[in-house]
Design a protein around this ligand. Structure first.
Ligand code: NZQ
Ligand code: ZN
Length: 396
């Protein structure tokens, strides 16, 4: 198998490392736009500590607050306007994946005269491909997306009911500053959703049909097992810094390109379907994943059971009768769904108030935004419109 790995982001990890923000920022700019979400960083003191570190290092601070979960293109435009108005030469994201994603696109949009929605892949014939962005530093306060150390961002357009992505090397953060202490205040539900999100980032590549990837498989299993073990501890006791640290490292590793190098090329079908659901219903990303992933697994395992059997054996300790033992594979998926439930994730559309009224629309929209040359959703196996509807029906 041929693959490339590229990740230029400097990773700084450790409890208490927020104090280093100013010195790190100083290397990239003197006028920083600090981007935040709905106020958690103000309430828990993180914002003030970040500003102090920056001003102590001589970096002027301007603010863009109020980025919403499932960040909107309107917030991206507002932030890009603020960056231009204050002549910022650096963007700092202080928050969860939504804040980091919005900040990433702001960094490119600040240097682009057109509409930043042009950059988001949403079925347009000729998406704008940015080649430059302001330098960006990410400081995640929630362990979940891995956005801190990758070049992807997911943005919603509330007017058109679309949620989709950009993936571009110019969006790699210069530095990802990971201080697990900043995640101690994350409530139980968001902690659990973060665990679900990071595990799904792994399963999207691990279960995509690639074979002969023993090193990647064992990395993947290590991240899943660690996230499950320490995720449960972090949910039980949010002040457990050791558990928070392990979960945060797992989240970053799950989507910084390393674990899925050589096995992640088939597409992210669960994410693509989930994005459409949250575009229509503004549900929490990982809630949508917890609903779609087990249903997708049951669909995919019948055509491609081997890796699912391995998943059942190595993650849940089940014993297969043979390498293609579909019953064992399905039992592993049942155990996975039970784990998601046990940490508090809904696993059915009906639990979040979604019925079967728009299943066809969700499938068509997912395929309009991303499809292969045959018009199907890139995945192994590739998914037709009928397949997507069947998976969603199974998830009702
Ligand atoms: O907005 P604030 O007030 O900060 O509160 C947030 C928000 O309500 C809260 N929170 C964050 N840190 C906290 C905290 N509360 C207390 N203490 C803290 N330390 O948590 C809530 C959720 O935040 P959000 O940023 O929305 O969550 P998450 O990190 O899960 O990000 C989800 C977004 O990332 C996208 C998703 O689609 C979704 O839009 N994704 C981005 C990816 C990427 N760039 O690589 C990949 C992912 O698959 C995902 O699609
Ligand atoms: Zn995700």
């Amino acid at each position: 198998m041929q693959f490339e790995y590229f990740n230029p982001t400097q990773l700084v990890f450790g409890a208490g490392s927020l104090v280093r923000l100013g010195k790190l920022a100083q290397q990239y700019g003197q006028r920083a736009l600090i981007v935040t979400g709905g106020g958690s960083v103000k309430r828990n003191g993180t914002f003030d500590r970040a500003v102090k570190s920056l001003t102590d290092a001589g970096v002027a601070v301007f603010e863009c607050d109020g980025v919403e979960p499932n960040p909107r293109i309107t917030s991206v435009k507002r932030g890009a306007d603020l960056a231009r108005a204050h002549q910022c030469d650096l963007i700092i994201a202080l928050g969860g994946g939504s804040t980091m994603d919005a900040a990433k696109v702001m960094a490119a949009a600040a240097l682009y005269e057109g509409d930043p929605w042009d950059m988001i892949i949403h079925g347009q014939p000729d998406p704008y491909v940015p080649t430059q962005a302001l330098p960006l530093i990410t400081v995640p306060t929630l362990a979940a997306t891995g956005s801190e150390m990758n070049c992807g961002a997911v943005i919603s357009n509330e007017d058109t009911k679309e949620k989709s992505f950009i993936h571009n090397a110019c969006l790699f953060p210069k530095v990802a500053l990971l201080d697990p202490e900043l995640t101690l205040s994350v409530p139980k539900d968001q902690t659990a959703y973060g665990v679900c999100d990071l595990i799904t980032h792994i399963t999207e590549s691990y279960l995509n049909g690639a074979t002969n990837t023993p090193i990647q498989d064992r990395f993947a299993e290590s991240v899943i097992l660690t996230a499950m073990e320490y995720g449960v501890k972090a949910i039980a006791d949010g002040s457990d810094l050791e558990a928070r640290s392990q979960v945060q490292w797992a989240a970053t590793l799950a989507l910084n390109g390393w674990v899925n190098s050589g096995s992640g090329g088939a597409g992210f079908p669960v994410h693509m379907i989930e994005h459409t659901i949250s575009a229509y219903h503004d549900i929490t990303h990982a809630v949508g994943l917890a609903i779609v992933n087990p249903a997708w697994m049951r669909f995919a395992t019948r055509q491609n059971p081997r890796k699912f059997v391995q998943f059942a054996e190595r993650i849940f300790g089940l014993t297969a009768k043979n390498p293609d033992d579909v019953d064992c594979a399905l039992a592993g998926i049942d155990r996975f769904e039970a784990f998601l439930k046990s940490i508090g994730c809904p696993t059915r559309l009906s639990e979040v108030g979604i019925n079967d009224g728009l299943l066809e629309t969700y499938a068509k929209e997912t395929l309009r935004i991303i499809h292969d040359e045959n018009g199907n959703l890139p995945a192994k196996p590739a998914m037709t419109e009928a397949d997507i509807i069947a998976v969603l029906r199974a998830a009702l």
